[in-house]
Design a protein around this ligand. Structure first.
Ligand code: FES
Length: 356
């Protein structure tokens, strides 16, 4: 509408969506576009070529699956190496991932290519019919299905059937292995102990500096790691990146100085140094780092599900879903620095499995 036109409301006008019943007949049914056969439909050579391509893709999928199985059973799960850009990583997991990706990818590519080049692609019009089907209709449907089977020429393409069947049936094996044993080594007894041992110095995380008792002021919280696993971790005897990660996940400790008079447990006093106590930072619920310390109440809070531990009473659980107190690390002073008097006396971290 131009600027000098005025819109006038006509009360007798039909709504814009109104369509007269006979208007439908005024439009001609355009029908389906003419079917254009593909190359493989008219050229037997092209069909053979497409068949070979699809079979190659399924074969690559089979090789991917076999590669996965070989890697799973033969390669050392601790195999590590340096990759350009990514840096050092676990090659075992990388190979498992790549072979499984190839196994999946080539099944998908083979199926798509098969459908696009060799499966019948003629357009089909199916008229609406009553829901209930009589015996005659069922026979007809069965006839259509067998016609489809024949027109797909599956009986003429045994290589495709074989390779597709092989790819699909072998592909189930990694899944079964995954369900049976997981994609990595079982934890064994690695969850039962940490790297802490007698005489190991407590180091500030992340600087890696040792700690003198007089540095720990009342009410302060220091995040601590075992000596050798924080700060400068290079050198011949240095732990690997994986070992450092494992230590971070299991051996992290919180160091807090309490007023000795507030401490209610003799064991807690004995395992500390003048009110300085060290507790595992790994929540006994499902393993989040417990990192919030309330100075007034001496409560330690886990931010994940709000488990609360009483630092003045052996870190007992006073609220939340955790079922065990945080384990205490016994400490002492050696050459003026805080060191571990021993490892943890019990497993750290979540307690949802039987610990015996
Ligand atoms: S992980 Fe700490 S409360 Fe759930």
């Amino acid at each position: 509408m131009s600027d000098d036109q005025i819109a006038v409301h006509d009360p007798h006008a039909k709504p814009a969506t109104y369509v007269e019943a006979d208007a439908v007949d005024r439009f001609e049914n355009p029908g389906l576009p003419p079917h254009r056969p593909r190359r493989a439909d008219v050229d037997e050579q092209a069909a053979k070529r497409a068949e070979r391509q699809v079979a190659t893709m399924f074969t690559l999928s089979i090789l991917g699956t076999l590669g996965f199985l070989v890697c799973y059973f033969v390669v050392d799960p601790e195999l590590r190496g340096s990759l350009l850009v990514i840096g050092e990583m676990n090659l075992y997991h990388l190979i498992l991932g790549l072979t499984m990706a190839a196994s999946l990818l080539f099944i998908g590519l083979g199926a798509v290519h098969w459908a696009k080049t060799l499966m019948p692609d003629t357009e089909v019009v199916e008229e609406r019919h009553l829901q209930a089907s009589d015996q005659e209709s069922r026979d007809e449907a069965a006839g259509i299905l067998s016609d489809g089977y024949r027109s797909a020429q599956l009986h003429r393409r045994p290589v495709l059937l074989l390779t597709a069947g092989g790819a699909l049936s072998l592909f189930a094996l990694p899944m079964a292995l995954q369900v049976a044993g997981g994609l990595g080594p079982l934890p064994g007894d690695t969850l039962e102990s940490t790297v802490w041992k007698r005489g190991m110095r407590l180091m500030i995380d992340p600087s890696g500096a040792p700690i003198r008792p007089e540095q720990v002021t009342q009410g302060s919280v220091i995040h601590v790691m075992p000596e050798g696993y924080v700060g400068d971790t290079h050198g011949e005897d240095a732990p690997s990146a994986l070992e450092i990660m494992e230590a971070k996940a299991t051996a992290s400790v919180l160091l807090v100085k309490l007023n000795p008079e507030d401490i209610q447990s003799q064991k807690q006093l004995d395992w500390g140094v003048d009110g300085i106590v060290a507790y595992s930072k790994i929540c006994t619920h499902v393993g989040c780092p417990v990192a919030l310390y309330e100075r007034q109440t001496h409560h330690l809070l886990c931010p994940c599900h709000q488990s609360t531990f009483d630092m003045t009473n052996d870190c007992e659980v006073i609220f939340g879903p955790a079922k065990r107190p945080l384990p205490q690390l016994p400490i002492m002073v050696e050459n003026g620095y805080l060191v571990a008097a021993d490892g943890f006396a019990e497993p750290v971290g979540p307690s949802y499995w039987e610990r015996g």
